[in-house]
Ligand binder design. Structure first.
Ligand code: GLC
Length: 535
């Protein structure tokens, strides 16, 4: 590998939801030791880094995203010593560690909040956003929380309201308080000193609220949260200098990285936060809104290309712990051909690809009957939205009971297809989705143009066929993805035809396909075709 390889830009990131990956203790909840036991699998995939959803102490109102101590490990997941071994064993295998930092809010059980609520004049009193009731006893303003309540919760102990963007048990920190800012940056420093290579910043675009807390103006929407424009509770200008400071801190260590979860993102916001000197990456969620429609994906890519700073680096993903799995969005039955096309899309676009655990074996959503729903959002909005349990099911390792995830009772049901769909079975099958992901990751590693090259579409209004070039000065890669079940033909211009292509990968063919009369390349139904030419 050339020495200009930058792990977070050239590499592939794998997301692990620790509760659901591997349980070594038999309590039905995944843990760090379980992950360590499976690191060889992650290395075998060929990924460069793992993003771990939170494993800090948490009362689990929001399953880890309500943190009650930023600088420890929850006993249900392990100890700091386990964490240190996880870092060491990951690094030994060339895998970087990305931690999830949830700094917009804490748990209401965090000592900072427990102190803060005691009185109006204790040292932590201004660490959260407290306001008196209005003279008529009403809420301080009209802000709504996204999880289905007003944004303000009355605390009888302190006799005031506090603000929360998520559950009432997740009070928002007051980032305007210099002590909060310092304490949070100290958390970042703590993990940098404990071997973290990077951070995923949970809802970072919401850290600051307008200092006067004005009412948000109305908007059209179904839920109360959507019936206002979120202009005063998010994306405040103070975020830019904070990100600059954070970046300086990261840059004082070698090779560190930050990727932000832009909350309620637009391409413009993603562009704003990834400008030079700020975060290295920010998630753009627009692709998650695409049905199985290449025109939609192309539109998102072009919008991203158009909006982002030319030095900025996109992030590409089709899954995470908050979203219905792509295998269920794009497929009904057990056939994985479409998922190979989706994998090729994520892994050949310009940007860092993120793979969510289980995506590589095509894990489908589980069905969780109403009475067993664990995710509070699912309980609240059922049946309109059944929550996020469905995409957090235990990893399907093998055909043994509970898919080899645990010897106890798993915290969420294992998908019933696990006897057939599991890592062990797919390892043995050369045509499996898992082996296809591995080949794609390897091809990406081998071809600089796939990692670094410019993106140039070859199909402009794709119905079924999406084709594009990725180009550096030295290399051209042609990617053609047939989204349809029927064969299609790609018209290739004379200048491109004259190159000496070799086959980098095809999901259907062993040999380089010949150009047909008139300059066409034929693709089988759902074929992924990747050609490469040196210049
Ligand atoms: C982010 C997380 C989500 C969590 C929320 C509140 O959106 O991805 O899982 O519920 O933040 O922390």
């Amino acid at each position: 590998m050339k020495s200009d390889y930058v792990w977070w830009r050239d590499g592939v990131v794998y997301q692990i939801y620790p509760r659901s990956f591997a349980d070594s203790s038999g309590d039905g909840i995944g843990d760090l030791k379980g992950i360590i036991d499976r690191l060889d699998y992650i290395a075998e995939l060929g990924v460069d880094a793992v993003w771990f959803s939170p494993f800090y102490p948490s009362p689990d109102v929001d399953f880890g995203y309500d943190v009650s101590n930023y600088i420890d490990i929850d006993p249900k997941h392990g100890t700091l010593a386990d964490y240190e071994r996880l870092v060491e064993e990951s690094h030994k295998r060339g895998i970087r560690v990305i931690l999830d930092l949830v700094l917009n809010h804490t748990s209401d059980q965090h000592p900072w909040f427990l102190e803060s609520r005691k009185s109006r004049d204790n040292p932590y009193s201004d660490w959260y956003i407290w306001r008196d009731p209005r003279p008529d006893g009403g809420l301080p303003n009209n802000w709504e929380a996204i999880f289905g309540t007003p944004g303000w919760e009355f605390d009888a102990l302190r006799g005031q309201y506090y603000y929360h963007m998520f559950y009432p048990q997740q009070p928002d920190l007051n980032w305007r308080n210099p002590q909060v800012r310092k304490a949070c940056l100290d958390v970042v420093r703590f993990w940098l000193d404990h071997g973290a290579d990077g951070f995923r910043l949970d809802v970072f675009s919401n850290f600051f609220k307008h200092p006067d807390l004005p009412n948000n103006p109305p908007a059209l929407g179904l839920r109360a949260f959507d019936r206002q424009k979120h202009i005063y509770d998010s994306n405040q200008p103070e975020m830019i200098p904070l990100l600059r400071e954070l970046r300086e801190l990261l840059d004082s260590y070698p090779d560190r990285y930050a990727v932000g979860e832009t909350f309620m993102p637009t391409p413009e916001l993603v562009a704003r936060y990834t400008a030079p000197g700020l975060v290295h990456g920010a998630f753009n969620f627009d692709m998650l809104g695409c049905h199985w429609d290449p025109a939609c994906f192309l539109k998102v890519v072009q919008e991203t290309e158009k909006t982002m700073h030319h030095e900025a680096w996109p992030v590409n993903f089709l899954n995470n712990h908050d979203t219905s799995r792509s295998a269920s969005r794009f497929r009904s039955g057990e056939n994985d051909e479409r998922l190979k096309v989706a994998a090729a899309l994520t892994l050949t676009l310009r940007g860092t690809p993120y793979i969510y655990y289980g995506e590589e074996i095509g894990m489908r959503n589980i069905h969780v009957p109403r009475r067993f729903i664990q995710d509070g959002v699912g309980e609240k909005y059922w049946p309109i939205f059944d929550g996020r349990d469905k995409n957090r099911a235990p990893m399907q390792w093998d055909a043994t009971p509970h898919a080899g995830f645990t010897t106890g009772k798993p915290w969420l049901p294992v998908h019933p297809d696990f006897p057939q769909r599991n890592v062990e079975a797919q390892r043995k099958d050369p045509k499996s989705l898992l082996n296809f992901y591995k080949r794609l990751i390897q091809v990406r590693k081998d071809l600089p143009a796939l990692r670094r090259g410019l993106f140039q579409p070859l199909t402009y209004d794709p119905r079924n066929l999406l084709a594009y070039l990725r180009q550096t000065r030295e290399q051209t890669v042609l990617v053609a993805l047939n989204f349809g079940r029927r064969p299609v033909r790609l018209a290739v211009g004379i200048d491109l035809r004259q190159r000496s292509w070799r086959l980098a990968l095809s999901s259907h063919h062993e040999k380089l396909p010949a150009f047909e009369a008139g300059g066409y390349l034929s693709l089988a139904g759902n074929e992924v075709l990747i050609l490469v030419a040196e210049t």
